[in-house]
Design a protein around this ligand. Structure first.
Ligand code: GTP
Ligand code: MG
Length: 241
């Protein structure tokens, strides 16, 4: 059955090591198509939550549901694979640009890969590479800029066409023009999918349906940008500095 991208956490406790709990009593609900953002200081648990959405680990207590299916304690690789991840460090392998995009869906046609690259805003730079889509990348992607690697990661996720996405926004310095391209590609990719975004830029957070403010493994505030500003709490502090 197709997943809609509905994700729910109910009273989730988690520790990488069972006797050191790092997430406490996490409750959240994402309707299909919503954008959920996580903000908070380093070590607050943002990446850990996204690791759990991906079911990389078993949880100690509580429930994680996709479309009402509890996947909190049983590993369901099929479900897990249906989520798309765009991480900061994109894993590229030695092979053509086309094959690196196709990795998102192994039976995708060339046309589907090109369509995905266009949606991701990656098509233009790929066309300018020496051999276009047939350009061979080095395994570490070192013959591409960081922004270009991110555009490829977006294209790879787009070809997989998942109902839900996890985006770990890069903090590292890419130039403003490339950043704008990456940001437009991300927006196109998120359209119509549930998105969980670890956001480092205010611009990314502002239009989220719900912003989760995390501290020491707990969600301490949640709401839209305007609601959180009105609350004059932690979020207000973070962004008015
Ligand atoms: P930044 O990425 O630095 O902004 O932090 P974050 O909010 O993503 O925090 P993260 O979820 O990575 O960490 C939450 C807590 O879990 C911290 O106390 C980490 O030290 C701990 N932690 C994170 N990853 C691991 C891991 O792989 N193993 C163990 N044992 N602890 C981890
Ligand atoms: Mg992190």
């Amino acid at each position: 059955r197709e997943l809609t991208g509905e994700v729910e956490f109910e009273n989730v406790d988690f520790g990488y090591n069972p006797d050191k709990i790092v997430l406490h009593d996490i409750n959240m609900y994402a309707k299909p198509g919503q954008k959920i953002a996580f903000v908070g200081s380093t070590g607050a648990g943002k990446t850990t939550i996204t690791n759990l959405i991906n079911r990389f680990y078993d949880i100690q207590d509580g429930k994680i549901r996709y479309d009402n299916i509890n996947i909190g304690k049983i590993r369901k690789p099929d479900l897990r694979r249906s989520l798309g991840i765009v991480l900061q460090d994109t894993h590229l392998f030695t092979g053509t640009v086309m094959d690196n995009i196709r990795y998102g869906k192994l039976d995708a046609t060339d046309e589907e890969c090109i369509k995905a690259a266009k949606l991701a805003n990656a098509h233009d730079f790929i066309k300018r590479l020496p051999d276009g889509y047939n350009t061979v990348l080095t395994g570490d992607g070192s013959n591409l800029s960081q922004g270009q690697r991110q555009l490829l990661a977006i294209a790879r996720a787009a070809v997989a066409d998942p109902p839900a996405l996890i985006l770990d926004e890069a903090t590292s310095s890419i130039d403003t023009r490339t950043e704008a391209m990456v940001s437009r590609g991300m927006d196109a990719l998120m359209e119509g999918r549930t998105s969980f975004v670890i956001a480092h830029r205010l611009s990314t957070v502002k239009d989220a349906d719900c912003i989760m403010v995390m501290e020491q493994g707990r969600i301490i505030e949640r709401g839209t940008h305007d609601q959180l500003i009105d609350m004059k709490g932690r979020y207000y502090q973070l962004y008015t500095g």
